[in-house]
Design a protein around this ligand. Structure first.
Ligand SMILES: Nc1nc2c(c(=O)[nH]1)N[C@H]1C(S)=C(S)[C@@H](COP(=O)(O)O)O[C@H]1N2
Ligand SMILES: [Mo]
Length: 210
């Protein structure tokens, strides 16, 4: 409890930065569109699509923030080539969400949905990584509005666009479907260590037809 999960995604002897990335001092704000206003009375976190029970699960803001709190130490790699190293993210592990609202057996992918329809697709294995976290905090402090308050996803082993800020829920899917940036020229898988930046680099089988 409260102990950061190690950096399995960065192997011993591996350089600090994935290929083509440079270190960024401070923490820039990067996103498409405006910063949404948080309306606690309307906010809910929903789990829908191919759930095991067939039902949708919803958590209000107080309910979501009462879920088990854990921390993960992870870097942030933006596909535009800057990286921020060594943040401690606090929040709700994706594995906890999977346990509380499990997917049906046929589920292979997850769409993570955010305010204004921003989305990112992940294969179930990436989503279910023990280091994937719905972060409410960074370095012990609540996230600010521009960094995704109240909840943002962090997927430590993928490019940062795979981690929506202002998350509102997840959709369990029985086939892959592209999210917001994956439809607009970014790679379907987005592994920074393999420099999977753009969709033109995709190999057959990496993603649905464009
Ligand atoms: N909702 C939403 N989340 C988003 C984005 C976005 O445009 N909208 N951009 C992503 C990208 S490309 C990056 S690099 C990170 C940046 O997070 P930061 O602004 O906290 O540094 O947020 C990701 N999450
Ligand atoms: Mo990014």
């Amino acid at each position: 409890m409260g102990h950061p999960v190690g950096r399995e995604s960065r192997q011993a002897g591996q350089p600090e930065l994935p290929p083509g990335q440079r270190l960024q001092r401070g923490w820039p704000v990067t996103h498409y569109g405006p910063v949404p206003k948080f309306r606690p009375e309307r906010w809910e976190f929903a789990v829908f699509g191919a759930t095991k029970s067939g039902d949708k699960s919803r958590w209000t803001h107080p309910e979501f923030t009462a879920l088990p709190y854990t921390t993960v130490e992870a870097d942030l790699h933006c596909v535009t080539k800057f990286s921020m190293l060594g943040a401690e993210w606090g929040g709700v592990a994706a594995t906890a969400v999977l346990e509380l609202a499990p997917p049906a057996a046929e589920v292979s992918h997850v769409m993570v949905w955010a305010e204004y329809g921003y989305s990112a697709n992940l294969c179930l294995e990436d989503f279910a990584s023990e280091r994937t976290i719905f972060a409410t905090h960074k370095d012990g402090e609540l996230l600010t509005a521009e960094h995704g308050f109240p909840v943002r996803l962090i997927v430590p082993h993928l490019y940062a666009w795979k981690g929506p800020k202002w998350v509102r829920g997840i959709e369990y899917m029985t086939a892959d479907r592209r999210g917001f940036w994956e439809e607009r020229g970014y790679h379907n898988l987005g592994d920074p260590w393999r420099e999977q930046r753009y969709s033109y680099q995709e190999e057959p089988g990496d993603g649905p037809e464009l």
